[in-house]
Write a protein that binds this ligand. Structure first.
Ligand SMILES: [Zn+2]
Length: 118
């Protein structure tokens, strides 16, 4: 359950942030998910909805997901290319000496929250 791990991590992180900022309710959370992260958006949303209901802070909140393109760097010709389109072999020079620059990350981009002062 990769998705549940992500949700748990996000909720734990946001709980800490909420505590520091006197947040009483989170309305929505926007996550950026790399397109080769292996995370299935639908499952992530399901996990979120299930898990958020148990937490006062997140009850009824909406999870928004932005997919971030994956980029691979080639050691052979020092160029970058689209991972999903070309895979592990560089389309410019044919080198297999490549590595993923970005695309398997997940990040909390923003949260829409209400604080005690409002
Ligand atoms: Zn290359």
């Amino acid at each position: 359950m990769h998705e549940l791990g992500v949700v748990k991590h996000v909720i734990k992180t946001l709980k800490d942030v909420a505590e520091e900022n006197r947040v009483t309710r989170v309305a929505s959370v926007t996550l950026q998910i790399g397109e080769v992260s292996g995370i299935i958006n639908e499952q992530l949303t399901d996990c979120w909805n299930w898990y958020a209901e148990k937490e006062d802070l997140f009850r009824g909140s909406v999870l928004k997901i932005e997919t971030m393109p994956a980029v691979t760097f080639c050691e052979g010709c020092k160029r970058e290319y689209e991972t999903v389109k070309y895979g592990r072999i560089c389309p410019y020079c044919g080198s297999p000496e490549t590595y993923l620059v970005t695309g398997n990350q997940f990040e909390i981009k923003e949260i829409d929250a209400e604080t005690e002062d409002e």
